[in-house]
Design a protein around this ligand. Structure first.
Ligand code: UDP
Length: 475
């Protein structure tokens, strides 16, 4: 009997850091001849329309659909509205996802019926919906494996009385009982929701429940590579035996796309329009002299934090390129207006500010010598691949543990967690760019090499991708 053609439905959480790696995976599957339908929220679909048109041209088996995320069109969908987004997705998107699956399974048009759903690790409702149709689900977790392992251990930490901390909020105290993290993990390195005094904190419950739901899926995909996170992969494999580690996905995708794509093409699917003027500015800067500063797509800064960073950066005397998104502060304030005009005088040749940068290109630019980041997982992987050392200022979720591993285990940067006063910023920048640069660069170069090896023909991530493709083809 002839095998049905594989058709994978990909459902990301509707945020930049989730869409990007899942869209990379979509491209890799299309390159292997698999039909892929990629689902965006209506809101993001309209923002990505240029990328969608370009991608549809390059990949004939890549299709796009959009469904509502349940929020009104004028909702900013920034970090403060994350809980609303989560609950509206649960109540609205779940039903729409079911309807879409029914309609795609009728098999009309160029696409065969859906043979597998690849869903975001925080969209676990898809496991139940797909089960109604007997469709297999693979969960794609866009966070680091080390953070995934911590979330899996949170119920045990609660049972042992290590969480919540209660009145004793000594954040330096070591956390025991997370296998593989002995002697390293402190309270302050746990996902931020763990700092809540309530066990039933909605955000903590959300992440823990979504993580536990993942163990009901047949397999999981992680955007990481074995050589980076092996100890946690083996721990996680005891709960979900079938893990595909196919990261760093952005690099694997670029190495596999047979078409030649110009750097200015819109295949990277940015929800915010890039300002490429910073590339011209970088061209005029000395080798490895610029600190790139970006806190990702969601982060919101207070006025005080912005000013501390500004003074710390200027006082460090280093050149810097800073991404200040238009929605980076509360709605009625524009970050650029907060920067003091007297300080900006005379120093302007040393810095450049944009609303959104082509980050991968920036990190690959020879003038860039460091990255001050919020430690989002995509940013961390992009920096590792580019061989750029990090200063981490994490705020949420996996960022808290990513930064600890960056500084203490991988030794590819510094962790500035929980403080951003101007003197600390100044000191950290000097240490990274000058004092400890040579020492840190040894590890950075080593991990950049390991990342490259993992996506090479016989590398671990490439092999894992091939296995995923084979498995999807015989479903
Ligand atoms: N990014 C970008 N331009 C910017 C800032 C960020 O293209 O000016 C991209 C970056 O390359 C990364 C993503 O946005 O792929 C951010 O993902 P990450 O997981 O680091 O953080 P999040 O936005 O999810 O907090």
């Amino acid at each position: 009997m002839e095998q049905p053609q594989p058709h994978v439905l990909i459902l990301p959480f509707p945020a930049q850091g989730h869409i990007k790696p899942m869209l990379c995976l979509a491209q890799l599957l299309c390159n292997a001849g698999i039909h892929v339908t990629f689902i965006n929220s209506h809101h993001n679909h309209s923002r990505l329309i240029h990328s969608i048109q370009a991608l549809s041209c390059y990949f004939p088996t890549l299709h796009f659909e959009s469904i509502s995320d349940g929020l009104s069109e004028d909702d900013p969908r920034s970090l403060p509205s994350f809980p609303d987004l989560v609950s509206s997705i649960k109540s609205v998107t779940k039903h729409l996802f079911r309807e879409l699956l029914v309609s795609l399974n009728r098999g009309s048009g160029p696409r065969p019926p859906v043979t597998c759903v690849i869903a975001d690790g925080i969209m676990s409702f898809s496991i139940d919906v797909a089960a109604e149709f007997g469709t297999r689900v693979i969960i794609f977790r866009t966070f680091s494996a080390c953070c995934l392992w911590i979330y899996l251990c949170v119920p045990k930490l609660i049972a042992e009385g290590q969480l919540p901390f209660g009145a004793d909020d000594d954040l330096e105290r070591e956390i025991e009982g997370v296998p593989g993290m002995e002697g390293i993990l402190r309270r302050r390195d746990l996902p931020h929701a763990c700092r809540s005094k309530q066990i039933d904190d909605p955000l903590l419950q959300f992440f823990v429940n979504e993580t536990l739901a993942m163990t009901r899926a047949s397999s999981i995909i992680l955007n990481t590579f074995e050589e980076l996170e092996a100890p946690f992969l083996s721990q996680i494999a005891r709960l979900v035996p079938n893990i595909y580690t196919i990261g760093p996905l952005h690099a694997l995708t670029k190495s596999r796309n047979r078409i030649s794509i110009s750097p200015t093409s819109s295949l990277d699917a940015s929800l915010i329009k890039e300002d490429r003027s910073c590339m011209t500015w970088l061209d005029s800067q000395p080798l490895r002299s610029v600190l790139y500063v970006s806190f990702g797509s969601l982060f919101v800064l207070t006025r005080l934090q912005l000013l501390e960073f500004w003074h710390g950066l200027v006082n460090s005397g280093q050149r810097f390129l800073w991404v200040l998104r238009p929605d980076m502060m509360s709605r009625d304030e524009n970050a650029r207006d907060v920067i003091p005009s007297d300080v900006t005088l005379g120093t302007q040749e040393k810095w450049c500010i944009v609303g959104w940068a082509p980050q991968e290109e920036v990190l690959a630019h020879p003038a860039v010598g460091g990255f001050l980041t919020h430690s989002g997982w995509n940013s961390t992987l992009e920096s590792i691949v580019a061989g750029v050392p990090l200063i981490c200022w994490p705020q949420l979720s996996d960022q808290m543990v990513n930064s600890r591993w960056v500084s203490e285990i991988w030794r590819i940067g510094l962790d500035m967690k929980d403080t951003c006063d101007r003197s600390t910023v100044e000191k950290m920048v000097r240490v990274l760019m000058e004092e400890k640069r040579a020492e840190i660069m040894k590890s950075v170069d080593q991990f950049a090499g390991l990342a490259r090896d993992s996506i090479s023909q016989f590398g671990s991530s490439n092999k894992s991708l091939q296995k995923l493709i084979e498995d999807l083809k015989i479903l």
